[in-house]
Design a protein around this ligand. Sequence first.
Ligand code: AP5
Length: 255
Amino acid sequence: MNSTKDSDRSAWLLGPWAKCSSIPEAGKTAWRLVLLGAPGVGKGTQAEILKQRLGACHLSTGDVFRAAKQQGGDKSPAMKAALEYMRRGELVPDATVWEMVRERKHCLLHCRGFILDGFPRTLSQAQSLKELMETESIALSAVVNYELPLDEIVERLSGRRTCEQCKAVFHVTERPSKGGAICDRCGGRLYQREDDRPESITVRLEAYERSTAPLIQFYRNLGVLTPVVAKGTPDEILGRTMKGLDRANDRVKTA
Ligand code: AP5
């Protein structure tokens, strides 16, 4: 499921000069989705499954920053500052995030669409995305807003473990790796993200309430909001998401 070929996102992770090793064939539907929801609600987990189901490209801004951190070498002052914001759990400034997304614009034009995970996160980012998509004559299919009580969110974040090689995401009790502290997909070491420590979790949840939660009303006003309850297993949540997408598709057809 997480083979290099399936999960190749070179252009998105490495920058505008990089090319993906595999490009899906054009399908009937190009899904253009934004996944909204608090940190730890399960956006990345759903994006991985949705990518398999819909053939769209999974694009996570958090993954780009983590990849930049791992790459070593000289970093621009803006990227150094971005990684420091991220470590503390604060949002990276809009100008840096938008520059990073804008220079990867071709990923948004992918023939099977995209699944944006972790972007936009402020009204300014949402407005910039809207303007870019209007310029390119493409529209969002739906904005899926995952909803989960705060105590379950904190539980998901504090138990998350990520593979340092293939980036697969586990949970120590809910979705453990059969290999314990070793990834059962590639044998890599599992680690806890720096921003999943308690002090950063509090800052991230505050940043979400202050800056990202207002996007719910923004997208409701645009008629594209699809709320999904994020309780239960990933497959149950996927089932609710697919039903929501069917309804969104019907809305578009009858509009
Ligand atoms: P980012 O990487 O986007 O982090 P996030 O939004 O905080 O989201 P997470 O990755 O923490 O959680 P998730 O919802 O994807 O949950 P997951 O599927 O992993 O951003 C990190 C940082 O980068 C930001 O804080 C900011 O500094 C910066 N940044 C990024 N984008 C930015 C932007 N646009 N603007 C400004 N700054 C930006 O699941 C969590 C855990 O739960 C896992 O352990 C998983 O296994 C488990 N789990 C998932 N589903 C289930 C389930 N159904 N049942 C039980 N466990 C489950």
